[in-house]
Design a protein around this ligand. Sequence first.
Ligand SMILES: *Cc1c(COP(=O)(O)O)cnc(C)c1O
Length: 443
Amino acid sequence: MHHDGDRRRAIPRTDDLLALDVVDQARQRLAETEIRAVLRAVQERARTGQLPPEQVRAAVAEELLAHPVVSLAPVLNATGVIVHTNLGRAPLSAAAREAVQVAAGYVDVEMDLGTGKRSSRATGTAEALLRACPQAEDALVVNNGAAALLLAITALCAGPGSSREAVVSRGELVEIGAGFRLPDLMVSTGARLREVGTTNRTHLEDYRRALGPDTGCLVKVHPSNFRVEGFTSDVGIPALRTLADAHGLPLVVDLGSGLLAPDPSLPQEPDIATALRAGADVVIASGDKLLGGPQAGILLGRVELIQRLRTHPLARALRADKLALAALEATLRGPEAPVPAFLHADPEHLHARTAALADAVGGTVVEHHGRVGGGGAPGHPLPGWAVELPESVATALRQGSPAVLARAHSGRCLIDLRCIPEHDDAALTTAVRAALTVTTIGS
Ligand SMILES: *Cc1c(COP(=O)(O)O)cnc(C)c1O
């Protein structure tokens, strides 16, 4: 007891620690509340006997240096999954990163510097979208794909005092991720969902029978993360267009993935230009899936409809922030972004890089299929390779610095270079070597 009291008295007091030079230097980087939290944690370790009192100052210096301002850590994605939801989906292009830097300060996001008058928001981003997708008459960017669908359904089916029906096939009632279901989202607007057809087959006649004075719009959703095979049929956009025209109804198509034009490497994946040409009034897509940009919801289509959505009160609550607008514009106007580059990676070049890594760390090269991931093209393999190592290496890689996320699969650790920017190959090699050392020592 007595001993305890001595030790406590020997622990430097908060005021003394706050006066240290290292603390003053840390103030360049950290808020006072963060600094005090670090000091308290170190003092607590001394109080409980985990740290000798005379080491408190050194520990404070060390921990302040290591204390991060942001809890997100960069990760090298060695899974081969391009749009990896748990890793923040699309990595931004260099152009988009620069744009985010610029937009981080004061920018003319809602001002015409020529006239000095207020201008409408995001015109540059909308222009870039229309240049990339000339089939669209107008474009609107909101917070994410879910927000885009929310806005469209609200504006078309959930007017004050009247709720109308959104007509959608039972084969397209999709759960897009961890319990998040598009039908629930649509119903949350106050719109009524009118389900037609069955899980595997829906016919034009099913839609026709459902239409009436209560119909607000026809909705077609691309089941982006699964495939129904066998005895199936669905109704294409051209047929739905004809039906919608006969009833004077809008046709909303939620594509999810955000492919602007057909991509020969993903023959099954629908694209925005084709959907518009086929007759969609509004197409909805995410910015951070196959488009390879920031989180954003993109609405492209007929000018009257887009204008109606733009001026809807909900649009304000769902609007994209200036950082996303800037990143999206630069993704579209700049050179090929990482996502399409990884998708189109040259197999021979991938093999050479994989073999070099295997050589450097003593692993074997095995065939390994990459995947598009959360963004689309379910089940579509992207031929490639991986370095195979013992499964236990995966944990050490994940906990290393930089963190590397490999694929742990049937007792093996597979390192796929498809989604590793080539300039990170050296860092990856170093990280794998370090992980192998840790694993050997640990076992
Ligand atoms: C991903 C997806 C969404 C949701 O988009 P977020 O940008 O994740 O909000 C909606 N619809 C479909 C078909 C999708 O694939």
